[in-house]
Each structure stands twice: as structure tokens, then as C-alpha cells.
Design a protein around this ligand. Structure first.
Ligand code: CA2
Length: 145
């Protein structure tokens, strides 16, 4: 199984600011944890971050035929991006929406996800473990086939 992990705007700052909300791990630390767990199950990982909405859209479009699924922390675009939602819907690959923080326990504007209705599911609030839980979900789902 091949999974594409996509990270949206400002997640490149992880570990450098706001550790109280997002924890102390950097995005490179998270990538390394995901890769270690994935290797144990023979899962291939591509892990990327962009601050640009259009670049994320392009990567989602290009995932068709290249990956079995997408794990997406769309960051603030979760709450605003019809373009990301349309891309997920168009590509037809199972996509799991993830967040480090529990978006439902935060400001009202974070409660709405424009991408959730076209995602396989949502994992929110488990910190770095949200990234690992999405991997587990894909491993379990794949085993069901
Ligand atoms: O909890 C999450 O993973 C979020 O996707 C993070 C986004 C936020 O807009 C979503 O509502 C929930 C923000 C990512 C910003 O990351 C930073 C990291 C360090 C310092 C400042 C921002």
C-alpha cells in the first residue's frame, strides 16, 4: 500500500511556535514516526507540506493511480477550501482528514470542515498520534478488502 501524506499551511512551523496548542514535535519528527510505523507494515509513504492551496490541489489530482489513499492535514484550508474538497471528490481516493488539535473544542470557525463530507473519516485531537491513527485506519481498511 502507498499513502500520500499532505500537510497544509503553517505546519512547517510545528515545534518552533505555539507548543501549547500543537506540541513540540516538528513536521520532520512526525514524518519520521510515520515512516517507522509504516515500514513495519510494508506501507510506502510520501510526505509533503505546502503553504499553497493550488499546490495541494495539484498533488491531490496527481495522486490518482499513484497512491492507495491520502492522509490530509489541510490546516486552515480545512475550514475554507472548496477547491480542496472538489479535488478530493474528483480524485476518488479514500482520504482521511486529520488534525493535531481537537478542532471541535476550539473556536467556532474551526468546527466546520468543508472537506469532511468527501473524506473517509476524520481524526482530530490526538496530537502526533492523529498521523499514526490514520495510518492504522488505512492498514485496517486495506485488510478488509
Ligand atoms: O490541529 C490541526 O492540525 C490544525 O489543522 C492546525 C491548523 C489549524 O488552522 C486547524 O484549524 C487545525 C493550523 C496549523 C498551524 O500550525 C502552526 C504550527 C506552529 C505554530 C503556528 C502554527
Amino acid at each position: 500500500m502507498k499513502l500520500l501524506y499532505l500537510n497544509g499551511p503553517n505546519l512547517n512551523l510545528l515545534g518552533t511556535r505555539e507548543p501549547g496548542v500543537y506540541g513540540k514535535a516538528t513536521l520532520a519528527d512526525i514524518e519520521s514516526l510515520v515512516r517507522q510505523r509504516a515500514a513495519r507494515s510494508g506501507v510506502e509513504i510520501d510526505f509533503r507540506q505546502s503553504n499553497l492551496e493550488g499546490e495541494l490541489v495539484t498533488w491531490i489530482q496527481q495522486a490518482r493511480g499513484q497512491f492507495d489513499g491520502i492522509v490530509l492535514n489541510a490546516a486552515a484550508y480545512t475550514h475554507t477550501s472548496i477547491a480542496l474538497r472538489d479535488a478530493i471528490s474528483a480524485v476518488g481516493l479514500p482520504t482521511i482528514e486529520i488534525h493535531l488539535s481537537n478542532v471541535h473544542a476550539r473556536e467556532e470557525f474551526r468546527h466546520r470542515s468543508l472537506i469532511a463530507p468527501v473524506c473517509r473519516g476524520q481524526i482530530t485531537g490526538f496530537g502526533v498520534n492523529s498521523y499514526l491513527l490514520a495510518l492504522e485506519a488505512f492498514i485496517i481498511d486495506n485488510g478488509d478488502k
